[in-house]
Write a protein that binds this ligand. Sequence first.
Ligand code: FES
Length: 111
Amino acid sequence: MGWVFTDEMRFYLHDGETLLQGMRRTQHQMVRFECQEGYCGCCKMRVTAKTGVVNMVRTPIAILEDDEILACCCCPVGTVCVTYVPKATDQHDDANLASWINLMNVSNNHT
Ligand code: FES
């Protein structure tokens, strides 16, 4: 499907393979993932350059900036350069956690 440049290496993404699947196949050491369904946000990557489009295979639920993608939810076409989004500076994870806590509090108040 196209070449992918990450912080660790360059590899070729196969047809129908998500970015996360390609990174796991090529044994990326720093790749993070949990749900593989687009809601935990662990596989968040920042797109620094691209020549084609980034097709989504499922709708991300995690909050993303304009230049961010979820590796488990996308199949880039063409050449794409991505970098890891550091977990410690990820403000959205805190926002997601706060939203989940609020939802849990609301559901607990109704039981
Ligand atoms: S692994 Fe959870 S959003 Fe990608």
